[in-house]
Design a protein around this ligand. Structure first.
Ligand SMILES: *Cc1c(COP(=O)(O)O)cnc(C)c1O
Length: 242
């Protein structure tokens, strides 16, 4: 067993335990493996251990890895049985206007959409041959001054507009709360994101409700799962320190 496959096991154990402690079905929480700063070799290790969804922060680095993995799959599929096209790539880092085309052309999901202009460009630039881009709005849930993310008070209006764009599917909300001092404080922050998610879904503004609450990282995935996260984004606990 490689170190990465062992680490993936341990993370699944944590997800299972946290889900059961919260009275939830462990299969209601997806694991996004955050491979930023690690090379294609590390991603290949994780793929061979069964992981399929990967998150990247830096767009050019992500595109390079997406291409490398595509080449690897084309070469290895006959031998490994891992079919081309089964990997899912999530952009989780800041998206500047001049990077939207790369995201639209290469990624399956964009979780860090925080303004309408970026969403419009992603929709316009999504190639017709690809499925619509799956989108989460990044919410600045604790109001950190240096953080990206739409303000919670503006999230409903943005969600309503993004949901109408033709080449995007609004899947949910993503947040990166500041590190909290303990479990209770972490739960409180994540619960704010959950409340906003529920409020937007209950507003009647969306024709299709959101189904994804992307919350929780290596340090706080238990608290996020307690608060209702449906997708934890884990880097360090899988790939090691950066
Ligand atoms: C780096 C990163 C993660 C993973 O963080 P770890 O603490 O390494 O698990 C998750 N989400 C986002 C948006 C990140 O930038």
């Amino acid at each position: 067993m490689t170190t990465i496959s062992h680490h993936l096991r341990l993370v699944h154990d944590r997800i299972n335990a946290a889900s059961l402690a919260a009275g939830r079905d462990p299969s209601s929480v997806r694991l996004l493996a955050v491979s930023k700063t690690f090379g294609a070799d590390a991603v290949i290790d994780a793929v061979q251990a069964g992981q399929r969804a990967f998150g990247e922060n830096y767009i050019a680095e992500g595109v390079e890895k997406i291409d490398a993995l595509r080449r690897w799959q084309a070469d290895e599929t006959p031998r490994t049985g891992v079919a081309t096209g089964t990997l899912e790539w999530h952009c989780i880092g800041p998206i500047q206007s001049n990077k939207t085309r790369l995201v639209a052309e290469h990624f399956d999901w964009a979780q860090s959409v925080d303004r309408l202009k970026i969403a419009q460009r992603l929709s316009e630039q999504r190639p017709p041959a690809l499925a619509p881009l799956q989108v989460c709005l990044q919410v600045n849930i604790d109001g950190g001054v240096n953080k990206s993310g739409v303000a919670p008070g503006d999230a409903l209006a943005l969600a309503a507009e993004v949901a109408r764009l033709p080449r995007l599917v609004l899947r949910g909300l993503m947040a990166i709360p500041e590190p909290a001092i303990d479990f209770v404080a972490a739960c409180a922050l994540h619960t704010c994101a959950r409340a906003l998610f529920d409020q937007i879904n209950a507003s009647g503004e969306l024709a299709v409700p959101m189904d994804t609450l992307s919350l929780g990282m290596t340090a706080d995935l238990e608290a996020a799962i307690r608060a209702g996260s449906t997708m934890v984004r884990v880097g360090t606990a899988i790939f090691g320190g950066r």
